[in-house]
Write a new protein. Structure first.
Length: 172
């Protein structure tokens, strides 16, 4: 019964909370709604540890900045586009790993790399001149993914599980 309760409460929370964000985000003029869901997925893959939420958030925000920086660098370089892409990804990828290893208590390297990939996927098609508010939207959506879809969802789910376990104890 415990496994069934865990599955059903998770299903209910996943069915309810992310769609609330998705609908609300459109009213807030966000075009990066899915970013929160992607980022929440990384949190889940990390075991939904609320204790890692700050370092995951910092990693995602660094990745968002890294994407903006990569697009800016490629925009100003006068090289062949393939050489620009390779050189920029080589340099920034290596730096992200090295820098995050210097502060592992504060920076979750997988979030930095994932955030960078997400940012590049969204910002790169339009080029630097078309970025506009995308870095801010992406960063905000990343934080929503960690704190609302990740941490808050698990708090709600744990509360539901406690209620269910109290109900089972009182039935005995």
């Amino acid at each position: 019964m415990i496994k069934k309760s865990e599955t059903l409460t998770l299903a209910l929370c996943i069915a309810l909370l992310p769609p609330i964000w998705s609908v609300a985000a459109t009213y807030l003029n966000f075009t990066t709604v899915a970013v929160a869901l992607i980022c929440a997925g990384l949190c889940a893959a990390n075991g939904d540890k609320a204790s890692d939420a700050v370092r995951i958030s910092i990693g995602f925000l660094l990745g968002d900045f890294w994407a903006w920086l990569a697009i800016w660098i490629m925009d100003i370089l006068p090289w062949n586009p393939d050489a620009e892409l390779f050189g920029t990804l080589f340099l920034l990828g290596g730096l992200a790993v090295i820098l995050s290893s210097l502060a592992p208590k504060w920076i979750f390297c997988p979030a930095w790399l994932c955030g960078w990939a997400v940012g590049l996927t969204i910002m790169a098609p339009g080029g630097f001149s078309e970025i506009g508010s995308l870095p801010f939207q992406i960063g905000a959506a990343m934080l929503v993914g960690v704190w609302y879809v990740g941490v808050f969802l698990n708090l709600v789910r744990n509360w539901m599980l406690r209620l269910l376990s109290k109900g089972r104890k009182s039935e005995r």
